[in-house]
Design a protein around this ligand. Sequence first.
Ligand code: MN
Length: 210
Amino acid sequence: MAITLPALPYPEDALAPAISATTLQTHHGKHHKAYVDKTNDAVKDGPLASASLEDIIRAARDKGDKPLFNNAAQAWNHGFYWQSLSPAKQAPSAALADAIGQAFGSIEGLGKELAKQGTAHFASGWVWLVARGNALAVEQTHDAETFADTEARPLLVIDLWEHAYYLDHKNVRPDYLKQVIADHLAWDFASRNFEASGTWTYPAMQLTSA
Ligand code: MN
């Protein structure tokens, strides 16, 4: 069994104009696929050949294998990112809305914090909504760094690498963030993650897209 490239959970043009079909074709079909392929290449002849992506990430972190960690964590982060986006506008569950109110005052307050940290982030990385117990925080990770294997549970993520927005928004990352935060965050997914006891796991058995 190898790590798979999960299909996008919506059509490629479903997030336009915030994120175009052209961006998704490259971002999912080339960037995410390359992280998956490189992870599989690195583990194929060793003890991690049939491990879950989460176990590969943990093992790579433990032994300080930075190339494997980078590819495996990027594969995971992208699987989580596609699920964090929604074609239609959604709202958090009552339980998540309550926690958002406590941490940020309101959903608008949370949106402002995501935009602020996402804009301020230097170079490549990710901005996350995470939960520690029931307490929420907005936090950034650099490069491939992930919450896949941490005690803090990720609820949703926005990709801040230039490949996520450059074709649609050129260098203007705040415009990408503004449109994604306003209309395309998958609050159903975030709510399920908030109410779950553990962290979302990368899909284990799906067909690899061509
Ligand atoms: Mn990306």
